[in-house]
Write a protein of this length. Structure first.
Length: 324
């Protein structure tokens, strides 16, 4: 991280627990960085959250927003609370039953219509949005970070992730939009994070399309974006691009190489991305990640790599606003 600070980079971190949050605040403060930390986790994960930091001598902060994404949706989209049927596992949670059995219970589809909305509503994940201006210029841009809920498997879970993806895109687009009261013009965006989505999935395609539900439906994933039309849709008309894919021609082989206590085989796949709005932002450099597992010396964390996620580095060039 010291190298990134020396290069005066904007830094976005996910899964930062309280113990590390204090240490990181000190680290960044001593190096002339402003820090925003948004926590949402529970005791079991150290009340973790997301963090964004930027060098104050390089960038002026014009606006900052922290929000729990599920709070940004219209209340009418959430299912009404009722006693409903019995819980799937009685008094036990999914995690509790996993600990008792020593293995994961079988995946189950939704018990009733709207299960994905209940699942999405219950996720506390928060996003950070920052509008920055390079000092000595009049060009603004918006940077954001998010840690997507980790939900794999059933259609219900995929839909819940897509709900959060759409809410994230909607909020980011609104944050980057013109605001006469604040004197803001429309700004390009860079979105960084652990998205817990794989390339080629409906969630990936939804973000890449800039929030176009119809586009994802045409790609054969209609069932997984079903119901998103209930949300106000604010699209990025030109979509968003993955910095790594844009620069290298394809996504990395993996960004996550982890072995959990209950798994016999390591999980190896791409889950992390730096997205940007094309046009006034251009990728001019992007550090390449390992091309094969053998040379990566995984799984992580280990003595060489302190996280189970590899860091992504990209340099984006901001062009002047087109006045033509």
């Amino acid at each position: 991280m010291q190298t990134a600070v020396d290069d005066e980079r904007i830094i976005a971190l996910q899964e930062v627990d309280l113990e590390w949050a204090g240490k990181l605040h000190t680290f960044f403060s001593e190096r002339g960085y402003a820090v925003v930390f948004a926590q949402y986790g529970k005791q079991m994960n150290g009340y973790m959250g997301v963090m964004m930091a930027w060098p104050t001598k390089t960038f002026e902060a014009l606006d900052v927003e922290i929000c729990r994404l599920s709070d940004t949706a219209p209340k009418r989209v959430w299912p009404k609370s009722d006693s409903g049927p019995l819980a799937r596992f009685g008094y036990l949670t999914y995690q509790g039953l996993t600990e008792i059995l020593g293995c994961r219970p079988p995946e189950m589809e939704a018990d009733a219509e709207g299960g994905e909305w209940k699942l999405a509503q219950g996720r506390m994940n928060e996003a950070i949005f920052v509008r920055l201006r390079p000092r000595g210029t009049s060009c603004d841009f918006c940077a954001a970070t998010y840690h997507m809920p980790c939900l794999f498997g059933t259609t219900e879970k995929v839909r819940a992730v897509n709900i959060h993806s759409q809410l994230l895109l909607n909020r980011l687009k609104q944050f980057a939009s013109p605001d006469d009261k604040k004197g803001f013009q429309d700004a390009p965006v860079a979105l960084m994070g652990d998205f817990n989505i794989k390339p080629g999935t409906s969630s990936y395609n939804l973000i890449e399309s800039g929030g176009s539900v119809s586009s994802v439906s045409k790609q054969g994933s209609r069932d997984e974006v079903l119901g998103l039309e209930q949300l106000p849709i604010v699209e990025f008309p030109d979509g968003l691009k993955s910095a790594y894919k844009d620069f290298h021609g394809q996504e990395p082989l993996f960004t996550n190489y982890a072995l959990s206590g209950m798994s016999k085989e390591a999980f190896v796949d791409t889950l992390d991305y730096i997205w940007f709005s094309p046009g006034r932002l251009k990728v001019v450099a992007c550090q390449q990640l390992p091309k094969d597992k053998e040379t990566a010396n995984g799984p992580f964390p280990n003595a060489e790599e302190p996280s189970d996620h590899l860091p992504l580095h990209a340099t984006l060039r901001l062009s002047e606003r087109n006045t033509a």
